[in-house]
Design a protein around this ligand. Structure first.
Ligand code: ZN
Length: 104
């Protein structure tokens, strides 16, 4: 448990051991020096040093593995695009089939 104080509105909130673990794992993944916490009251960014967070964790604490960055959204987008071009191609050929009408 760790008490974090917002520098802007002086709101004090508590970070649980699990959220500290996730915070350290996130900072290590991004190779940053600070963890950016958000004040639950005013959404102000509070920078917390990694060392500060680590000190709150037990020595044998195993950092949680972060979920992999979402990628399936991109794949789905490509599928939609392919399907879209297919449906667009059909009526297009139909409008092109009628020959140009003879001009008066
Ligand atoms: Zn605040």
């Amino acid at each position: 448990m760790m008490q974090v104080r917002c520098q802007r509105c002086a709101w004090v909130f508590t970070m649980s051991r699990d959220s500290i673990g996730i915070a350290v794992a996130e900072v290590e993944a991004s190779h940053a020096e600070y963890y950016q916490a958000f004040c639950p009251k005013c959404r102000h960014v509070i920078k917390i040093q990694v060392g500060e967070l680590r000190r709150r964790l037990p020595a044998d604490y195993v950092l949680p593995t972060l979920p992999p960055k979402p990628a399936p959204i991109h794949v789905k987008k490509d599928e939609d695009k392919a399907e879209e071009s297919k449906t667009v191609a059909l009526p297009k050929t139909e409008t092109e089939t009628p020959p140009a009408e003879p001009k008066p």
